[in-house]
Ligand binder design. Sequence first.
Ligand SMILES: C[S@@+](CC[C@H](N)C(=O)[O-])C[C@H]1O[C@@H](n2cnc3c(N)ncnc32)[C@H](O)[C@@H]1O
Length: 210
Amino acid sequence: MKFNTTQLSVSKKLTEQIKNLLSEGNKECAIFSANCHQSIEEMVMLYEELQPRKFDSFVELGVCYGGSLLIYSTLLCLPRASIIGIDIKITDGMRYVKNKLQLEGKNVTFYIENTLTAHKHLQNNSIDLLHIDAQHDNTVYRDWELYYPKVKKDGIILLHDVCLHKGCQSIMNDLITSGASYKIIKSSTTALGIGIIYNDKSINLKKNEH
Ligand SMILES: C[S@@+](CC[C@H](N)C(=O)[O-])C[C@H]1O[C@@H](n2cnc3c(N)ncnc32)[C@H](O)[C@@H]1O
């Protein structure tokens, strides 16, 4: 399945800022930057696409070592934003990131829990920016169903790995055919891909057989 993807200019300054944030994390947690499962180029392109918008409430499904949580909270969120991460396990990286973001004034909560049940902690219509990056098989449809109602009108949903994993490719394709407003960011050097869904209208996801 091939998508029309967007290539935007990649700012060197921002690339350096992201690299520095990740390597700073490495001083506290030896394998921090190696465990950021994102393409730096794609994160920069995402930033360029979403600016000048800043988010007040960010939720990430699948935090792992906290690389994307740290970068998106720092670059895309307001100084006193509420940040929520959900993962089945706690890591040293998560502890480091929580401490760092809290010192900067952000309000950080982690739920060490399956996404299947953790949705109960979140109110409907409360999230500005949702990053779905937990399981990458068809479970991603379940995460969409549980967490999409939590996203505010005009909020944004990021789906990671839409050019790599079958479940993510499949849901991205179904969102497109269901009429969602979207853009797909993909770097020239990796096969990951970030799907951006703009919640500018109600999305009724229809699942197709692929
Ligand atoms: C690809 S990693 C996330 C990477 C992270 N967002 C980053 O860019 O650094 C996926 C994470 O999702 C978590 N995960 C997988 N299935 C989950 C589930 N059903 N509920 C909660 N967490 C889950 C895993 O423990 C793992 O840490």
